[in-house]
Design a protein around this ligand. Sequence first.
Ligand SMILES: Nc1ncnc2c1ncn2[C@@H]1O[C@H](COP(=O)(O)OP(=O)(O)OP(=O)(O)O)[C@@H](O)[C@H]1O
Length: 388
Amino acid sequence: MIEAVRLTKRYGAKTAVDDLSFQVRPGVVTGFLGPNGSGKSTTMRMILGLDRPTSGRVTIGGHPFRELPNAPRQVGALLDARAVHGGRTARSHLLALAQLAGIPARRVDEVLGVVGLQDVARRRSKGFSLGMGQRLGIAAALLGDPQVLLFDEPVNGLDPEGILWVRNLMKALAAEGRTVFVSSHLMSEMALTADHLVVIGRGRLLADMSVREFIATNSAGFARVRTPAGEPEQREKLVAALTGAGGFVLSEPDGALRVTGLPLPRVSDLAHDAGVRLWELSPHQASLEEAYMRMTQTAVDYRSTDDRLAELGPVPEQPPVVPDVPLEGWYAPPPPAPVPVPAPAAPPVPAGAAAAPAASGGPADADRAGGGGPQQSRTHESSTEDAR
Ligand SMILES: Nc1ncnc2c1ncn2[C@@H]1O[C@H](COP(=O)(O)OP(=O)(O)OP(=O)(O)O)[C@@H](O)[C@H]1O
């Protein structure tokens, strides 16, 4: 078992790992998840005695790594797959490691077979692809047949087949009763590989739970509700009604509302009682990736200025401007283009008239086009906006 207790690492003013406590148990794959720069590699380096904690401690089987007897036989790690002497062949690289650790040479050929590099074993590793390099790094980690394994981003650079292979290897190693600790910044990958998750952001612990628990807690259902565009008072009234009834309301990037804590029919009743018209009321399920991004969004060091997720905060006091162009997919498809009803008294329709209502988009245009009642003219208005 790996155990970190109040583990902290500072580099000058930068706190890379901040008061982190967790345990990694044998027999399961534990995913170590966090955005770029969150402190995963630093934590792994401290576990392996390559970095000294500023405070706190981390042990493997009750001992700091440096005090473990015959460490290479007990702990294997893939930290940086590029840290290989490129002039050496895959086999000679592994042989050198095996000799240093007192591991018999036949084990080298065994692990080369396990990772599927037997056919290129005598090729210099500088000609290896990223994926082949990852496989070689994994072979090195497996050399001593250790009970504890650490893998830092092992699927980096692998193709889908390679990713599947790593996933199955991690599971098989854990099923043999080993302690498997694997870092990634991809929730989707960890959901498929890990049984347990340790999630960090800016060096601090955000979650320590089973994947099953993480899914149950974070991928809750929610309702998307949209009030008519250009009527912010309707939106405000609805937010007040929903929060007053115990709902939790978030703003979506397109101006819709995301409501949790209230069943869909209740949302509908509350809107009706508040006299608010709805343009959309639909059930949704938050994806695990989204839940993870929400969890870590305040703990991300580097974010694109174009990151729409940043807008997924709580509803601001001033509702955001609702964009004129609705996002595709949230609306029922527009009805077929209305067919003008021929009226003997009306002047002849000039060529290109079908485009004219789209340019102005007003209900009067819709009516002129023979759209009929208010429902139809409203729908027509939406469809012309969609077309824009
Ligand atoms: N030797 C160092 N000196 C100064 N700062 C460092 C050093 N090593 C890491 N850091 C900083 O500590 C923070 C954590 O880095 P770390 O590499 O542990 O994160 P990570 O989660 O592994 O990120 P990534 O997924 O990008 O590899 C980063 O802000 C990094 O810049």
